[in-house]
Design a protein around this ligand. Structure first.
Ligand code: CXF
Ligand code: ZN
Length: 365
């Protein structure tokens, strides 16, 4: 099968004909139909997040189950599925208390191989790793049944793919993690795939004021279309001052950093009002730190938390998010600015970096 492989950091992905082994016990093989181009793939490609190579990136995808290994009971051949990029063993302490994105059940193997420690892809006899144990920039993916969630068959592929990362992360951080209350004010820093979903989830949650921040005016226009009531271009305006100006001097009730950098983390901490909740959602390079004033956090009773994968419950939430889309309550169509073929994937990353569109999606036949 063909896969886009990262063989060297800071080099384009290479489209290679690789060998794939079929699913073993508890595993499935999925024919990939659509996979999104996400900043997290880029972080791996440039070495922000260290990983062994060669590796197939890609983690935001949907497809059809075309083979199941022995003992698989969660899905069957022909099911339409969305990939989850977190394991979900179902019985560790975190899974047991409903916090499956923190699952520790498979921590004995690195997150780029199957649970038995081996890989299912080889190139010239050499092991090829799979990002998040899925690696969806490929025609087929062999992965654990834990990594796939069945969905309704009338859900279109590109929109389904986005549910697996940017939609789950953005929507979950608002609905599952921060639990934004109706009538509140919300700040969203970064209007890419994740940020736009934070904006629309805040709108659905009944937020009264939704302030969106970006460096690019085209992104701020997207944000307005998804429900932002106010926008700030951080290139020309001081974000914290502007937010305070829009909120009677106090700041917002909830703030989300959908970028992940020292500057944006600092902005959300400073821009929440006393008693407010700042949530870090975007994941920076491993080396990034940000200053926090314990003095201010105590006196102003501010809350600062991190939310991984929007703190979603993939088995429960992916079908819900598909229903919300099919009922026209969630706008996923306008997230998809461009589609690509697998051999155009490096153009997808160039355009992601340029910020010219909301989301690019690679489509397969
Ligand atoms: C990432 C987080 C780290 C693993 C891959 C996906 N999240 C969103 O893009
Ligand atoms: Zn992603």
């Amino acid at each position: 099968m063909k896969a886009a492989v990262l063989t060297e950091l800071n080099k384009p992905l290479q489209i290679l004909e690789v060998e794939q082994e079929g699913p073993k016990a508890g595993e499935v093989r999925v024919k990939v139909k659509a996979t999104g181009v996400c900043m997290s793939d880029w972080h791996l490609m440039i070495g922000d997040w260290p990983s062994k190579l060669p590796l197939v990136p890609g983690h935001e995808a949907a497809g059809i189950i075309d083979e199941v290994g022995p003992g698989v009971s969660k899905v069957k051949r022909g099911d339409h599925v969305i990939f989850s990029f977190r394991p979900h063993c179902g019985h560790c302490a975190y899974c047991s208390k409903g916090r499956s994105v923190l699952c520790v059940g498979h921590n004995d193997t690195p997150g780029i191989v199957m649970y038995d420690g081996t890989t299912r892809i080889k190139y010239n006899g050499e092991a090829v790793y799979q990002m998040s144990r899925i690696g969806t920039f490929a025609e087929h993916v062999v992965c654990s049944e834990e990594n796939v969630i069945s969905i309704r068959k009338d859900m279109p592929w590109a929109q389904a793919a986005l549910v697996g990362c940017s939609v789950a992360t953005g929507f979950g951080s608002v609905a599952r993690h921060a639990k934004v209350e109706p009538g509140s004010s919300v700040l969203v820093v970064g209007c890419g795939g994740v940020g736009l979903n934070i904006v629309q989830a805040a709108r659905i949650a009944g937020a009264r004021r939704i302030v969106a921040v970006d460096l690019l005016d085209n992104k701020l226009e997207y944000a307005r279309a998804f429900g932002a009531t106010d926008t700030i271009n951080a290139k020309t305006d001081n974000v914290v001052k502007a937010v305070r100006g829009l909120t009677g001097g106090l700041g917002v009730d909830y703030a989300f950093d959908a970028i992940g950098s020292q500057i944006t983390a600092t902005q959300i901490i400073e821009a929440v009002a006393p008693g407010g909740h700042a949530t870090l959602v975007g994941i920076p390079a491993i080396s990034v730190t940000a200053p926090v004033s314990p003095f201010m956090m105590v006196f102003q009773e501010k809350k600062l938390t991190g939310s991984f994968y929007g703190s979603v419950l993939p088995n429960l939430d992916f079908p819900i998010l598909c229903d919300l889309y099919m009922d026209k309550k969630l706008n996923l169509d306008d997230l998809i600015s461009r589609t690509y073929r697998l051999d155009e994937i490096n153009d997808g990353f160039a355009q992601l970096k340029a910020g010219s569109h909301a989301r690019g999606v690679v489509m397969f036949d």
